[in-house]
Design a protein around this ligand. Structure first.
Ligand code: UDP
Ligand code: MG
Length: 342
């Protein structure tokens, strides 16, 4: 009897079943997930805008707000929303970060279609109509592409440019430029995302990795209704670094390439020194050369040990097997009140 290769068995066990969807469904169940961190001042208006749009699009809809460990009243405000808003609150035990709030939102979402939107009012709910139309045309994922990079700070603009260049150079996945978390996903995509076991969750990479028929539609983010972005320069750089190390081994290859070049250079230099000594009896240059090259080489070595360490840290995070987030509380609208939407 022929046995299947173990890798093949594993792949078959984990591959989500892709079912043909009925895109003509008049009333697909829509779920909007909203990651929220310290959004007490904006969340009511955001949810109201979403409710307004959703009720015009379908008669079956709900909203899941994930409170990512806010230190303000975000959770209480969401719990006190009228039951007709059909909004479930998932509260984290502490701040785990937006990537994890989205991950939780996806696993609590029950819709045929799931849409992810920011809580700060920057994502206009009116775009949902266009997104849904694209879904009806047969696309499984519809992502909004920012059009306002020109007005952003130089740091963000050039940083983003450099990041997308680096990611596309790694060649494994193509991350659509300037597409964020504002997107519509079919149930098949959501199931595929939820089936991924990794704890280092760089969502932009993960969306691209799962594939499916995707399309971008342009949008200009609205100004934040209150407060400031939670993503400082440092946080953005750390997120970019997570993206690069989670989805590419380019830094490791770069280290190897530099190693090879340096080894060749020093070998050539060694030959030159020997020839000089043997045939021209020249004296070997003194200690400044030795010190300079030693310092340079130890710097390069430390840098590359650091890069290795970064990958090791990612592996360490994964093998610890801790859950990616902890939910402290789930508060659902009560049955009879939510029945208006089902
Ligand atoms: N957010 C979150 N956890 C965090 C930081 C932000 O859930 O640790 C949410 C935030 O409430 C908002 C969205 O993620 O709904 C985007 O955050 P923000 O507006 O600060 O970022 P930007 O719009 O500048 O990308
Ligand atoms: Mg924002």
């Amino acid at each position: 009897m022929q046995h299947q290769h173990p890798d093949k068995q594993l792949a078959m066990r984990h591959t989500p079943i892709v079912q043909a969807k009925n895109r003509t469904m008049a009333n697909p169940h829509l779920t909007v997930i909203v990651p929220a961190y310290n959004e007490a001042l904006a969340i009511t208006q955001t949810v109201e805008n979403i409710v307004h749009t959703l009720s015009a699009l379908s008669s079956v809809w709900d909203i899941v707000v994930v409170d990512d460990g806010s230190r303000d009243e975000t959770s209480n405000i969401v719990k006190q929303l009228p039951q007709t808003h059909n909004t479930t609150l998932v509260r984290f035990s502490r701040n785990f970060g937006k990537e994890y709030a989205i991950t939780a939102g996806l696993s609590y979402a029950t819709g045929d279609i799931v849409i992810c939107m920011d809580a700060d009012g920057q994502h206009s709910a009116s775009l949902l109509v266009e997104m849904l139309n694209k879904w009806r045309e047969g696309f499984d994922m519809v992502y909004a592409v920012r059009q306002d990079r020109e007005v952003e700070s130089k740091f963000k603009k050039w940083g983003a440019k450099f990041f997308y260049k680096l990611m596309s150079a790694s060649g494994k996945i193509e991350i659509p430029k300037d597409a964020g978390d504002f997107r519509l996903m079919d149930r098949v995509v959501v199931d595929a995302l939820c089936a991924l076991p990794e704890r280092n969750r760089f969502m932009k990479g993960i969306y691209a990795w799962v594939g499916y028929r995707s399309i971008g539609i342009p949008y200009t983010p609205l100004p934040r209704t209150h407060g400031e972005s939670a993503f400082s320069r440092l946080k953005l750089m750390s997120l970019a670094w997570t993206g690069i190390t989670s989805f590419s081994s380019l830094p490791l290859r770069f280290a190897s390439a530099v190693g090879v070049v340096l080894a060749l250079l020093s070998f050539t230099y060694g030959i030159v020194v020997v020839i000089d000594k043997l045939f021209f009896n020249e004296s070997v240059p003194g200690w400044p050369t030795v010190v300079a090259s030693m310092m340079f080489l130890s710097g390069v070595q430390l840098l590359f040990i650091g890069i290795l360490g970064e990958y090791l840290a990612r592996i360490y995070d994964e093998v610890k097997g801790r859950p990616p987030y902890i939910v402290a509380e789930v508060s659902r609208p009560t049955l009879e009140q939510s029945s208006h939407a089902s």
